[in-house]
Design a protein around this ligand. Sequence first.
Ligand code: SF4
Length: 404
Amino acid sequence: MKIGIIDADLLDNGTRHPNLACEKISGFYKDQGNDVKLITNYNEVDDYDKVFISKVFDFTKVPIDVFDKKRYPHIELGGTGFFWRDSPDLPYEIEHHMPDYHLYDEFIGQEIARGIKPLKFKDYIDYSIGFTTRGCFRKCSFCVNEKFDHVFRHAHVEEFLDKTRKCIYLWDDNVLGYAKWREVFDELNETGKPFQFRQGLDMRLMTEEKAKVLSSSKYHGDYIFAFDHIEERDIIEEKLKIWQKHSSQIAKLYVLCGYDSQDEVDIANTFERVKILMKHHCLPYIMRHEYYLKSKYRGIYVTLARWCNQPSFFKKKSFREYCEANQEYHKNPNTLCAALSTMREFEHDHPDIAAKYFDMKWDYLGETPTQESDDFNDEREWKDDWQMDTPANNYIHNVEGKVK
Ligand code: SF4
């Protein structure tokens, strides 16, 4: 058969990550002797006997009516972008097939030929990709994993390891919540290859043993955790202290906002989490849930994210200084830039919150100086990894990035 595969997210805005399901489908059908190709234009779907379309993000646009079964009887759909929590699982033999890491080769070649930097495709080229575990027990209402009640083993590393590739990255949902987590880390370390978990690791589950194993692993890039709820401040602070006994690298934590509410209460508790992370010399990464768009203060959410998510600004300037610095680059000196005007508006309405948080600075609050990882210690890399990316994970598609 002539089989076409469409990575719908790639064809809309593009992502930095290959679609793992597409790679597994390709690997399986190629092994069966089929002619498999990545389709990069929807006009070509009728040229194939069978077409698989995968979509991770619900905001990804698909220009043809793929749900019209009469018109497109040969198209099969999958992914959270189409079905959210009801997305059908891949058949076992495909799910556990070695991904075809060369599915995107032709596309990448064309992109590089038209001037796109090869660095953009490092996730396609340098990594073996997979899940060692799946599931989670926390049941966060914004997460596709709400349907699970535990973490379970999904695959052994050898199932998706391409020994010719430099590194490994994992999409596990909550590996630290897996009872035999140690087994997973032993397997990963035995490969001798640097690895990283791309979803935020669950800091609340940190123990001395986990901190020791994780910090002494051949870990690639930053250790990224999550701090989603201010109510968890005590446990996060307690566990951060355990972590920092074992690691001198600056930890990065996702800070979800705009989800529980979109008012000054949510904004204050987001600033409070930022303050706590500053105190521990960690870096926050603000994740705005799409509900933030309902907020009267959505400009504050945007500015807060821009300040925090660029460590080079965050480490040197207070929120107020960051907004004022924006004004210096504003084209019309007779008007206020968006950052400064939104900051002033919020300060006018809530002077108590502004007084508490707008002038706090990394230098003043940090108590435990640590060093950054070698891999992501400059803004360019940070941006590459976080900002210039569309959301990366396969379950939270209405949050602007990855989150635990
Ligand atoms: S967001 Fe993270 S901690 Fe919450 S249910 Fe999903 S995987 Fe678990």
